[in-house]
Design a protein around this ligand. Structure first.
Ligand code: ATP
Ligand code: MG
Length: 374
């Protein structure tokens, strides 16, 4: 969490390209040593934000402070910030050792200090013995590890990473996600990690900022963002969710009764901030995560639960769980994750085209508007 002087503060930052507002009046703070992720779909302004923080792009409005010092208009090399891009950007004509030693040599570090540091960093990323290899002799994952330690060797206050694992295949990406998170923890440098992959952000980040259309919609820990999304977009972008489109019927404290036309009346909850802005008759969405829903062949006796009958459209066995796609009377298909516990479990035998009951607790239904509450 941000301390008295944040590691990085971005205040009312805006960047336009012609008619496009790539970054629109964005403010946030990052604590020193935090692993912070900017997450959003393509075109949401992530790279533009990163380039302004790194000094590769000049903002139209707003300010950037690094450990309390204004850096908005400083050139990149005066910022104590480094960047790792998706496309490696190693010097092709230099071997691994010389690539990593490049920055320190420009700073005129003594060669024995350079050797010590390069050797230790290569060891940290499991590339000892790769000193003499050239970039063309390395795999994608190896190149990105070299790019990472090349960016770390000068110990910047802040490291910006723009989809650094985006070009790698899934297995290597997942292995490197863990490695990168461990390295960040070890070196203690503040990271801003840009990705459009929500599982990557959930795995790695201390906190995530969800961006869309040049704005930050929500900042929070992975758990906060997943469990308490502030609006429809965030709920849908982070993880899977079932959205019911409905109209507010009744408001009792934070409990909200919602009419989903052609389907059911259900009870959900709204956050304190949301409740203040809800009106009877307002169109909203109700978000229910697939793992919060239950299935049953017989009608469950669960007073107070939301309950609806449907037909199994499809099911996908996933090892630890089974994903059921259940078609409801309004033709909406909901996704339900059920853990595979035992063969005696009644879920084990449920199959295609069977009628089933879907039920869930009201407090698992989040009432969400398009706009986050202000
Ligand atoms: N140099 C530029 N000139 C004109 N428009 C630009 C420029 N750079 C970015 N944009 C526009 O600004 C918006 C934000 O782009 P940006 O590259 O920041 O998105 P992004 O979130 O990084 O997307 P991606 O996930 O695809 O990398 C887009 O509409 C893009 O077309
Ligand atoms: Mg980008």
């Amino acid at each position: 969490m941000p301390e008295s002087t944040p590691g990085l503060e971005v205040r009312n930052l805006t960047k336009r390209f012609g008619n496009i507002v790539a970054v629109n009046d964005v403010s946030f703070e990052i604590a020193s040593g935090e692993f912070f992720s900017l997450l959003g779909p393509s075109g949401s302004g992530k790279t533009t934000m990163l380039r302004m923080i790194g000094g590769l792009e000049t903002p139209d409005a707003g300010d950037i402070f690094l450990e309390g010092k204004k850096i908005t208009f400083l050139p990149p090399e005066k910022r104590d910030v480094n960047i790792v891009f998706q496309n490696y950007a190693l010097f092709p004509h230099l071997n691994v050792y010389d690539n990593v030693a490049f920055g320190p040599r420009r700073r005129k570090w003594p060669e024995d200090k350079i050797r010590r540091e390069v050797t230790a960093l290569l060891e940290m990323v499991h590339l000892s013995g790769y000193e003499e290899k050239y970039p063309r002799q390395l795999s994608g994952g190896e190149k990105q590890r070299v790019a990472l330690i090349r960016a770390l060797i000068l110990k910047p206050k802040l490291l910006l990473l723009d989809e650094p694992l985006g070009a790698l295949d899934l297995k290597i990406r997942q292995a490197l996600q863990l490695e990168l998170a461990n390295i960040q923890y070890e070196v203690g440098i503040t990271f801003i990690y840009v990705t459009h992959d929500q599982s990557e952000a959930l795995t790695m980040a201390d906190r995530i900022a969800v961006m869309n259309k040049g704005r930050i919609l929500q900042v929070g820990t992975p758990k906060e963002i997943y469990e308490h999304p502030v609006n429809r977009f965030v709920a849908n972008f982070i993880g899977n969710t079932n959205l019911f489109e409905g109209v507010v019927k009744e408001i009792a404290g934070q409990d909200v009764k919602v009419d989903v036309p052609g389907l059911m009346e259900l009870w959900g909850i709204a956050s304190e901030n949301h409740v203040a802005q809800l009106r009877i008759g307002q169109r909203i969405a109700v978000s229910v995560r697939p793992e919060k829903m239950r299935l049953s062949r017989v009608k469950p006796q669960k007073p107070g639960y939301n309950l609806v009958q449907g037909v199994v459209d499809d099911l996908i066995y996933l090892g630890v769980s089974t994903e059921f796609l259940v078609r409801l009377p309004n033709d909406q298909v909901v996704r339900v994750f059920a853990q595979n516990i035992s063969r005696e479990d009644e879920l084990w035998s449920i199959t295609w085209d069977e009628p089933v009951w879907v039920y869930w607790r009201p407090e698992r239904s989040l009432v969400l508007a398009d706009e986050a509450p202000t």
